[in-house]
Design a protein around this ligand. Sequence first.
Ligand code: PMP
Length: 392
Amino acid sequence: METTQTSKSYLSTRVANLKPSGIRKFFDIVATMKDVISLGIGEPDFTTPLPILEAGVRSLHAGETHYTSNSGKIELRKALTQKWENLYGVSYHPEKEVLISVGGSEALYLACTAILNPGDEVIIPTPCFVAYQSEVLLAGGVPVEVPLKAEDNFDLKPAAIAAAITPRTKAILLGFPNNPTGAVASRETLIEIGKLAEKHDLIVMSDEIYDRLVYGVKHVCFPSLPGMRERTILLGGFSKDYAMTGWRIGFACAPEEILTGMLRVHQYTIMSAPTTAQDAATEALLKAETYVQDMVHEYDRRRQLIVSGFNQLGLKTVEPHGAFYAFPNVSISGMDEDTFANRLLSEERVAMVPGTAFGAGGEGYCRASYATAYEKIEQALERMEKFMRRLG
Ligand code: PMP
């Protein structure tokens, strides 16, 4: 029997138009190769600290194998609000203004879905986490990229944000400490952004998933700034600070009306975040502080190694003060970021992600994660030295 060829797609236009993540594409290639030193992965190399693991196991043995409240276990929500109050002086009502999600990723999806109408614009400083533009698009919004510049240390520029505001702007999506640049936003800058949000009545989605991973500077929690709590959706998670990527726990804190909207979406799509992982996350907040400090100390050692290593190779790197990424400028090689990353991978088996995977502003740069062992970073630098020497 003859089959009829059809060009019809069963996918919705919204999904068909989503671009695959530039990171995934790259790592599909890496996965087929041997002896690669990966500076590409955006997750801690540390295993989750033992007390947290044990709390998960205890939870299972205690028969905690059921759904929890849609918002998440109240013990976890209380421990979380306590932490943000202690660290940053911002307080949320654990019963009405907090939601435990499946990773920060789900929290971001819920935030976009809850606040965006079709055509609403969201200003996104880039380079940024690969999901931001796609989450906005999925929710029917329009991402408006504002490229940050290396000569400004990839710092937020309130004037550039102001210039991107239109009558359709609904929100600004901030991600500091930043993936992929490692930039940390200063209090003064964030206050200026807050003034813009107030003037134009905008919501600020503030992704603070790397809040504890800062080196020699203080993290400024956006909703702790004057007047900002009422217009901010605070997004965060346990993946980075506590080395818990596989447990899939994140959260959102927001004023009751917004949080209730997000909860409605969460309730129909997820029900509740995994129970075992919620118990482990509670333990993380209550018992893992020294582990966090030890990990931060080790990241800092690696950060210094990689930044000075890159600069010595002529790959100019702005000092990153947060997260676990360095963002070297590779244009001295005479290649664009894509060619550089691909040749470095095939010739020396070192993996870095081309900066353009993170949006406009990443041209000429690659992202290197230092969430990998110190010795491996040393080896990667040796291999890169050979590579750079060959280029002349
Ligand atoms: N935000 C940023 C800035 C990230 O880098 C990531 C993970 N790479 C996430 C959110 C999502 O993390 P998770 O879903 O594991 O909490």
